[in-house]
Design a protein around this ligand. Sequence first.
Ligand code: P6P
Length: 336
Amino acid sequence: MSDIGKSITQFIIEQQRLHQNSTGEMSGLLNDIVSACKKISHLVNRSGIIGIDGVAGSENIQGEKQKKLDIITNDVMVDHLNWTGHLAAMASEEIENIIQIPANKPKGQYLIAFDPLDGSSNIDINLSVGTIFSILRCPEDIAEPTVEHFMQQGTKQVCAGFCVYGPTTMMILTTGQGVNGFTLDRDVGEFILTHPDMMIPKDTAEFAINMSNQRFWEAPVQRYIDECLQGEDGVREKNFNMRWVASMVAEVYRVLTRGGIFMYPLDNKPTTQGGKLRLLYEANPMSFIVEQAGGISSTGYERIMDIQPESVHQRVPVVLGSKNEVERIISYHKKT
Ligand code: P6P
């Protein structure tokens, strides 16, 4: 019998039962994240009505102008997660240092890194935004985790997910046994399994890249995009479509549903700090999901989930999506 229609709460608990020594901590943490994302969905949907859209007048550690919702959604994540006893510490795109669990609250065995509202530049133009999260184990017997405890390769993730606040609110989740998509049923306030076992088509004719950076790209990316633009008259012998939403959650969800390539490659802009996207709470969780759905996620030169992180807000180039297409791009990088 299909699992479609099953609630995310039931799904999480049944997944837990697949692991014999499970303590239920992960299930508890995931349910806390689900509650936070439901609250964020509500706030995003009402932002214009209750006056929390627009800019906050401040900058984050990234030097990016913060939206009011960047700060509010960060607080929602922290307030939903810092008291439940499942986490040892948190890291957020919006906060420079790691976030400790309050001394009077119980600690748990997991670490979480999150981007509370990815793509927030889209808030005021009513395009999709989302929350991305990555869950790691905290090394044993650590009373107060430090940045060093977050410096784990993406292969060490025990769970990754994102919630996309679009025409529908969807939660996409992996714990290493495939990728499942849940749609928020607002009438009952529960995420319902609508997209079980999501798999990325191995081939595609659709790429997503910010073309305004073209003059800054390295040769392999220039070559790949040029060939796509030549279409059926060129070596690819087929025409390509292009999308760019400027919201990674929307791009990755599209890739999960119909295939494609999403690229934010290295460029030689003076302001570039090794890439645009952040490793711990954007590239790694999305890479875990993409690989679990049969795709590939690379910098062009190496598998993203193999990178040894060196800092919380470290940036990396990202090329992810349909297996055969990413392999072609990787081959172009190898030839360089
Ligand atoms: P650009 C959003 O700020 C983000 O981190 C990703 O979600 C998105 O893919 C990218 O940056 C958009 O970057 O340079 O096109 O605004």
